[in-house]
Design a protein around this ligand. Structure first.
Ligand code: NAP
Length: 327
């Protein structure tokens, strides 16, 4: 099949490009810029178009002859961007893609949302019926696009919404990279108790979920939480990363409130200059929000089975950092 992957040079998008090519599909990747070693996707045989998902004309051209759309692109990591940018890319950009997909008779549209739409989970584990309470404007913009997907379903587009938990694996230069780097320095600063719940999702498990959702007969008009088979506390996560690295997990507990105050101050100082704050309230959510999910619905409807457990996932991730010379 001919597959369009938005955000195809990002962490998840690039891994999905590879999986789709390995599965024998023809891939067109659309992203606003080159990413980490994104030249590789051309070597694997994908076509890469650089441009924005908010560009209707470009999106319409990209949608020509496409069977499947994996909509992965998002304003996500840019902490300097204003709320309006998040809304434009994540909500309006999704609308542009849905309109084009309807016009071109796409067979299945998969929207990559986030487990973050449920915010701080009150009664863990949360399933898809748990309250929607996004904790920041990124999460809100991801949720605001979900009703647009459901409206497109009513207009005749076969579509499925995936709400991934915290994605990690080879290629990720985010949170896990920081955990490994910090442990390598000899100790890990744990702000708060370290007892908040965290639900990892190894990248290959998520790629399996994308493949399951491609079936037009499965998950039509539904949203699914996608995660690994177990959740744990962030303290346990750090300890498991230390085991993989074969180092002592020296965790130093520090109060959270001074960092929280500092994060608001740093963000306020950086904003007028359009600078990405090195510390922001959103980055501290890792220490404060409970995230633990029940994935029974995806198991039942999509036949999704997380194959890679945490120890194996962490080992593969650490090996990748070593191979790339990043640690
Ligand atoms: N990582 C997680 O833990 C996690 C958890 C749940 C859900 N998600 C969702 O999963 C998806 C992938 O996440 P990720 O971690 O792979 O993020 P990522 O590495 O930031 O990938 C997203 C890609 O989309 C691109 N993009 C941004 N604005 C665009 C635009 N206007 N037009 C075209 N491309 C654009 C980004 O480019 P720039 O780098 O230039 O912004 C980036 O290459 C996102 O939809 C995210 O919301 C992620």
């Amino acid at each position: 099949m001919r597959v369009l992957i938005t955000g195809g040079t990002g962490f998840t998008g690039k891994a999905l490009v590879r999986r789709m090519i390995e599965s024998g599909h023809e891939v067109l990747a659309l992203d606003c810029k080159e990413g980490y070693r994104s030249g590789e996707i051309r070597e694997w045989g994908a076509r890469l178009v650089l441009g924005s998902i908010t560009d209707r004309e470009l999106v319409n051209r990209c949608m020509n002859d496409i069977d499947i759309v994996h909509h992965v692109a998002a304003a996500f990591r840019d902490t300097a961007a204003p709320e309006s940018h998040y809304h434009r890319v994540n909500v309006y950009g999704t609308e542009v893609l849905l309109d084009a997909a309807l016009r071109h008779g796409v067979k299945k549209f998969i929207y990559c949302s986030t487990c973050g739409v449920h915010g701080d989970v009150l009664n863990p584990p949360a399933d898809e019926e748990a309250p929607i309470r996004p904790a920041d404007f990124y999460q809100k913009s991801k949720f605001d696009a979900e009703p647009l997907v459901l409206q497109a379903v009513e207009r005749g587009l076969p579509a499925t919404i995936l709400r991934p938990a915290a994605i990690y694996g080879p290629g990720d230069l985010g949170r896990y990279f920081l955990i490994f780097k910090q442990l390598e320095r000899g100790w890990f600063p744990m702000f708060g108790s370290g007892e908040v719940l965290y639900h990892p999702l190894f990248i290959d498990n998520l790629l399996d979920a994308f493949e399951c959702a491609m079936d037009p007969e499965r998950g039509h008009g539904e949203a699914y939480l996608i995660a690994d088979d177990r959740f744990l506390t962030i303290k346990q996560l750090v300890e498991e990363a230390a085991v993989v690295m074969d180092v002592q997990p020296r965790v130093r507990y520090l109060p959270l409130w001074p960092l929280t105050l500092a994060s608001y101050a740093v963000q306020a100082l950086c904003r007028p200059f359009g600078l990405a704050p090195p510390l922001s309230p959103r980055r501290l959510e890792w220490y404060t929000l409970n995230r633990a999910f029940d994935i029974s619905k995806a198991r039942r409807d999509l036949d999704y089975q997380p194959r890679i457990g945490l120890a194996e996932g962490l080992r593969r991730t650490w090996d990748w950092y070593v191979k790339e010379g990043l640690v």
